[in-house]
Design a protein around this ligand. Structure first.
Ligand SMILES: Nc1ncnc2c1ncn2[C@@H]1O[C@H](COP(=O)(O)OP(=O)(O)OP(=O)(O)O)[C@@H](O)[C@H]1O
Ligand SMILES: [Mg+2]
Length: 357
């Protein structure tokens, strides 16, 4: 689903801002502190009901104001409204009906690439799981159901382990196994599709340094327990350890995606620019998988696209942008769009943001 326009008031540095977007490519540029990230943050808010900068939503209210409002219209004329008053809970509306943040994400899914995503390899397994789970939640209602039931069973099982309630351990283990098995299978399917896309994209790369990295790259889905055992077998064989440590040691809550080069984690080997490129390529591949196999068309946000990339890496990246086929919002301090790059991006609309002081 594409976004037609957005109206923002008293959000971050903006009093009132109205923007009409291209259905395809939107580029926001301006100096440090001009408000580029804030515009992307407002778009992300309409998709997820939250900020990607802070969990405290009051920080998004413009200084000395009491509330912020965001109103977004899609090309299908659906209307999303968000209101946050400083002393009240945030409210979401879709077409004037009250909505939850999950409703927002289903109506207007997004993929975010910001500074945290760029360093996803240096981040925790929890963060990499979150990126994967977010995609699956956008594409499959049953995934969300199983996901929340699984985490509940994990919490309850750990409580039962702590208080040595043996019958409760068995009861929660059953739910843990059924829901955990289901989410793990779906994660694995999504991972395999994404991996295929990743290497297909990589076939089109020209830069020798990138090709060398890709050729040595091994990407592995670690489901959180040994490959050759079922989840039931793991819980059975770990029963003593779990009881001693009063926590569930192995399972889907320990899953991770590992990126290895010559057997070592790429976070210890690749430069920051190389890691940023690989993380963008991976997220692009997830994004494309959602579109091609799960019929979800998220819009894509890339903040500070150019930072830490040299010109060759940047040009390679710009060549990828049109391949998503989805609406794109990306930002940079400069406007480096010479005509060669511009030709790659059809229907490119540029926005120059300035703060008037
Ligand atoms: N609640 C707020 N009220 C008013 N101004 C705010 C608020 N929160 C942040 N700002 C200011 O908004 C401005 C824009 O911030 P933003 O992060 O959007 O800039 P940017 O264009 O992305 O800059 P950079 O290129 O450095 O990433 C900054 O000067 C920041 O201090
Ligand atoms: Mg910024």
């Amino acid at each position: 689903m594409s976004i037609k326009k957005i109206a923002i008031s008293n959000f971050r540095c903006f009093d009132n801002l109205n923007l009409d977007f291209s259905e395809l490519n939107n580029f926001i540029h301006g100096a440090n502190g001009s408000g580029k990230t804030s515009i992307l943050e407002a778009l992300y808010f309409c998709s997820t009901g939250r900020s990607f900068k802070s969990s405290n939503k009051n920080l998004c209210i413009q200084n000395n104001k009491d509330a912020f409002k965001i109103q977004l219209e899609t090309v299908n004329n659906n209307m999303i409204r968000i209101l946050k008053e400083s002393k009240r809970s945030i409210t979401y509306e879709i077409d004037e009906n009250k909505a939850t943040s999950i409703d927002l994400f289903r109506a207007l899914p997004s993929t975010l690439l910001d500074n945290k995503t760029f360093s996803m390899f240096a981040d925790t397994p929890k963060y990499r799981r979150k990126i994967l789970d977010r995609c699956l939640m956008a594409s499959d209602k049953n995934y969300s159901k199983d996901f929340f039931a699984f985490h509940r069973s994990l919490k309850q099982r750990n409580a039962a382990l702590k208080f040595k309630r043996l019958t409760n351990i068995d009861m929660w283990s059953e739910i843990f196994i059924s829901t955990g098995g289901s989410i793990s299978e779906k994660r694995n399917d999504f991972f395999e599709q994404t991996k295929k896309k990743f290497f297909t994209f990589a076939d089109d790369l020209n830069d020798k340094r990138l090709l060398e990295i890709i050729n040595s790259l091994e990407i592995v889905f670690d489901k959180g327990w040994p490959k050759d055992l079922s989840l039931k077998e793991v819980l059975d064989s770990n029963k003593d350890i779990d009881q001693r440590k009063t926590t569930t040691f192995l399972g889907p809550h320990r899953a991770d995606i590992k990126f290895l080069t010559k057997g070592s984690d790429i976070k210890y080997i690749l430069s920051r620019g190389e890691q940023k490129f690989m993380s963008i390529l991976w997220c692009f591949s997830m994004h494309k998988t959602l579109s091609d196999f799960y019929s979800v068309k998220p819009f894509l946000i890339i903040d500070d696209i150019h930072s830490e990339l040299d010109e060759d890496f940047y040009v390679e990246l710009i060549n990828f942008l049109p391949k998503t086929g989805n609406q794109l919002f990306f930002s940079d301090i400069n406007d480096p769009f010479n005509s060669k790059i511009k030709d790659q991006l059809k229907e490119l609309k540029k926005f120059h943001v300035e703060q008037i002081t």
